[in-house]
Design a protein around this ligand. Structure first.
Ligand code: IDP
Length: 149
């Protein structure tokens, strides 16, 4: 009986984040990383790269039937992105909270998308939406030795 040690209830997760081209273009990488770190997440891997059309299409394959798919892939290849692995307690959900709603018009005060996003498409950040997708998306960009917790 008695209270469990605190560690028992902590789920340390990793999630995949992408700082999108609208944000790198406006030199917001540091400002966005500050939100993650102040929000309790640790950046345990990070690389700046330019997505090829093939990579963008593969990454957003789940949306390929959506009307915005072509435009989204064009946007995601329009400039550099910063792919990163964020680690922390409930990192998948925590990152979604820090990011805010997909459409900045619906994003809560103090979120990245409320403060930085230009539009529903150019919304500054991507974050995995489940632990299972996080594992796949992390593997899309990083090998194990590139992730240093
Ligand atoms: P999420 O990034 O908040 O998880 P998703 O619905 O998975 O949102 O959409 C993926 C990305 O596709 C969004 O972040 C945004 O860049 C883009 N997107 C979503 N809905 C629209 C839309 O209605 N028009 C244009 N782009 C969209």
């Amino acid at each position: 009986g008695g209270p469990q040690p605190r560690e028992t209830n902590m789920a340390i997760e990793r999630t995949l984040s992408i700082i999108k081209p609208d944000a790198t273009r406006r030199n917001l990488t540091g400002a966005i990383n500050d939100r993650f770190e102040k929000g309790g997440l640790r950046i345990v891997a990070q690389k700046r790269l330019r997505l090829t059309p093939e990579m963008a299409g593969q990454f957003y394959e789940v949306h390929k039937e959506r009307s915005f798919f072509g435009s989204l892939c064009e946007f995601m290849t329009s400039g550099p992105v910063v792919a990163q692995v964020l680690e922390g307690e409930n990192a998948v959900l925590r990152n979604r909270e820090i990011m805010g709603a997909t459409n900045p018009a619906n994003a809560a005060e103090g979120t990245i998308r409320k403060d930085f996003a230009e539009s529903i498409e150019a919304n500054s950040v991507h974050g995995s939406d489940s632990l299972e997708n996080a594992a796949n998306e992390i593997a899309f960009f990083f090998s194990e030795i590139e992730i240093v917790g």
